[in-house]
Design a protein around this ligand. Structure first.
Ligand SMILES: [Zn+2]
Length: 402
């Protein structure tokens, strides 16, 4: 089978490549077969485009998968203690993340540079993995000034070099104040943030209370003189950004009106299903993740893995495994999932989506998963499998075709 998120869905299917670009893809009758072509015939492969991981933390890859004991603030403490902070250690962790992303069939990433370092962007360029490196900042109250200065310094770098763009990420509305979001929006770079991840986040943003208030007080980065936003995190962040498009990770806890608001704000959502499941979201009686309702409302919902710490695949970082979770748990249409993991995700990162489907032209890469030759729906069979994807072509150098 040959399949993409666009017009190609053929079983049996054929694909003609020349010089690393797609000449034709579709049913065998639609694809020419030049006499000099090297023919590879397989009846046990599902062939699809390279994947896009819209939200990951490659600089946490050295930590490996770790268990979650049910306490989010304790988890954050442990993560802070274990994270790489020196340039060499950040580079090493990010390189490991790039290798794991490649092993997962990834050709483009939205990567969070978690200690406000330019090192991950440099590693992405050196290793030839394209995407956006979102420089992450933290700042509440008086701490906003320092965060804003870091954002401005980052925005002095060229927007794009070697297929890697410089983005900005105010960490989350419980760790960044309104001025940080406003300054980030004003700088005109690709923007992302964590948003509506936990019920505790809403508690803090609405009322300046709860376990996150205690944690931030203990860390000395917040106190009760800093007023709460008094609203749901989505409403607060959308207002602070003033219409600047944002790629927001998680959105586990939304109200009924947020799909429409996110759509009219042109926001994209990076849903990280395995990370959400790892932390036990949604909990406290909240409704299941609204990704399908968000898509129906016109929000560009895409897939991310979050960090390796939350994952059950120590040997790879792949949104293919997040597609698998959603297919198995929710029975979601495999081609919709493929779109969330390829073309929609490329657009969410601000990149051209053409290299992430099978239309003629430059390709970011082609993947294959082995399935039973008799499978009735081969893409669904690839989602029932746990096999890693194999590269048939690529990964191609970033920036190609965009
Ligand atoms: Zn994250």
């Amino acid at each position: 089978m040959v399949v993409d998120a666009g017009a190609v869905c053929a079983a049996p299917g054929a694909l003609l490549l020349r010089d690393g670009a797609i000449v034709a893809a579709g049913a065998p009758s639609e694809v020419p077969r030049p006499v000099d072509a090297l023919a590879i015939e397989r009846d046990d492969l599902v062939v699809f485009p390279a994947l896009v991981n819209a939200h990951c933390h490659l600089d946490l890859s050295h930590l490996g998968p770790r268990p979650f004991d049910g306490d989010f603030t304790r988890w954050i403490d442990r993560l802070r203690a274990g994270r790489a902070e020196e340039p060499d250690a950040i580079a090493e962790a990010t390189r490991r993340g790039v290798a794991l992303a490649r092993a997962g069939g990834t050709a483009l990433v939205g990567d969070i540079a978690g200690v406000g370092s330019a090192v991950p962007a440099r590693v992405l360029r050196d290793e030839g993995l394209g995407g956006v490196s979102y420089l992450e900042v933290f700042g509440l109250g008086e701490g906003q000034e320092r965060a804003i200065a870091a954002l401005r310094r980052a925005a002095e770098h060229p927007t794009e070099a070697d297929g890697v763009r410089q983005g900005l990420q105010p960490h989350a509305p419980y760790s960044c104040g309104p001025e940080v979001y406003r300054a980030a929006a004003a700088l005109g770079r690709p923007l992302s943030t964590h948003l509506a991840e936990t019920p505790e986040e809403e508690q803090f943003v609405r009322a300046g209370a709860g376990p996150l208030a205690e944690m931030l007080l203990r860390l000395g980065v917040w106190n009760e003189t800093i007023p709460p936003a008094g609203r749901h995190p989505v409403d607060a962040v959308l207002e602070w950004l003033g219409g600047a498009p944002v790629l927001a990770a998680h959105a586990n806890y939304l109200g009924p009106e947020h799909a429409r608001r996110l759509a009219s704000a042109n926001a994209s959502i990076a849903y990280c299903p395995r990370a959400s499941a790892y932390f036990g979201h949604p909990r406290d009686g909240a409704s299941p993740h609204q990704y399908r309702a968000l898509i129906d409302a016109g929000v560009n919902v895409v897939l991310g893995t979050d960090s390796l710490v939350c994952l059950d695949t120590p040997d790879r970082l792949s949104v293919l495994d997040d597609m698998r979770l959603l297919y198995r748990r929710d029975g979601t249409d495999p081609r919709l999932l493929l779109r969330m993991a390829t073309t929609a995700a490329a657009r969410a990162l601000g990149f051209d989506d053409a290299p992430y489907d099978l239309r003629p032209g430059p390709s970011a890469g082609i993947l294959a998963v082995t399935v039973d030759p008799g499978a009735r729906d081969p893409l669904a069979a690839a989602l029932r499998s746990d096999a890693a994807p194999a590269w048939l072509l690529g990964p191609m150098p970033p920036g190609r075709g965009s």
